[in-house]
Design a protein around this ligand. Sequence first.
Ligand SMILES: *Cc1c(COP(=O)(O)O)cnc(C)c1O
Length: 458
Amino acid sequence: MPASTVTKPLASVPQVARNILTPIPGPKSRELMQEHHQYVSAGVGALMPVFADSASGATITDVDGNRFIDLAAGIAVTGVGNAAPQVVSAVQQEVAKLTHTNFATTPYEGYVRVCRKLAEHIPGQWEKKSVLLNSGAEAVENAVKIARKFTGRPAIVVMDNSFHGRTNLTMAMTTKASPYKLGFGPFAPDVYSVPFSYPLRDEYGENGAEAAQRTIDKIKLLVGHESVAAIIAEPIQGEGGFVVPAPGFLKTLNTWAHQHGILYVSDEIQTGFCRTGRWFASEYSDLDADLVTTAKALGGGLPISAVTGRAEIMDSVQPGGIGGTYGGNPVSCAAALASVTLMESEDLPQRALHIGELIQDRLAPLEQEVAEVAQVRGLGAMQAIEFVHSGDERPNGEIVSRILKLTAQSGLILLNCGIHGNVVRLLPPLVITDEELTEALDVLIAAIKTASQETAAL
Ligand SMILES: *Cc1c(COP(=O)(O)O)cnc(C)c1O
């Protein structure tokens, strides 16, 4: 619907960064969506029915000319902004100079430079080496291969509500059946899921050490620590609902793992590269991760991922045992170098902290003002709002669907998460301006209040 007919409180937010000209979806998006339905597998989701045409920084323009403020960054990918000029020009030059060779066949400089940047920025005062791959799931798969090879042990321990990808092994490591696993089994064996820390919902609250003890007891009972090659955890659960574990939880697990010859793997695919206000979210927990998986923001929009770890662990694999045809493609490496250079020169960790403060200032009061808002939480520019039913703790996915519908009509690109779809997550590009962010938050707050009033009126 045109901006003027959008529910009143939302229409009252003046459009500056946004420019919504047609009903959402507009006529051209509708047409393309018909072809989407005809030619694209129904198994590929479509959260927003608008087709993107171009983007810049923190705005995306659709094929009908509607301009949206982007609070998703392509799922935490375009941290340096969409079509960042430095990334674009690095990619253009490299693709014209060296499109592809396969690094294991004929190496090239870009790959080595990216591995060097990873060694410099990933936490840990030890010698580090990397392998470059294409996707997050592929990085996680390789981390598991390397951990098994190094330790000679089979078992992998993951956390409840984790998300590690959609390939066969990573499906086994992901604990949400629908949509990720339903009908896709059998799954890879020797993967065990144990409780994470969820301060809002578990009985341990902010006592991370006690929550970790329960997890450790469960590992001993379920697997036997002698069999465990690695424990893998996200420092903040991404798809699982932006769950920030209680202080001390991860560190206690990490220390215990090392006492028993178990590798600790930090999946920083969503949290990494400045998103949380540090280069890596593990820094908040003072973790000694043996292996770190990264992807998403690393390439500034081009596909690239990595496993980075202690040199002796990374070198325990026989030559040819890890890698792939495209892993660390020269064009993706050029994009990664340009985007990491931007993160350094623009001090994006600082920028992410500032974004987090702006979001908290505006959204935290909703915990008191709106009955369905249970918690506003996150670190840096990775913030979320968890919704419940008014008067109790049951997850409320319905209100989130309603909010996302309103915000889409009003010009925001916004995602949900959480195993019950009851969490709204904010992942803006780190180059979003204060004005753009303020306008987006005005719209989001109006949408939350509208949806809450509508629910009360039912
Ligand atoms: C997105 C994500 C993955 C999977 O990455 P893909 O590139 O989609 O395969 C793995 N782990 C975490 C924490 C993620 O957020």
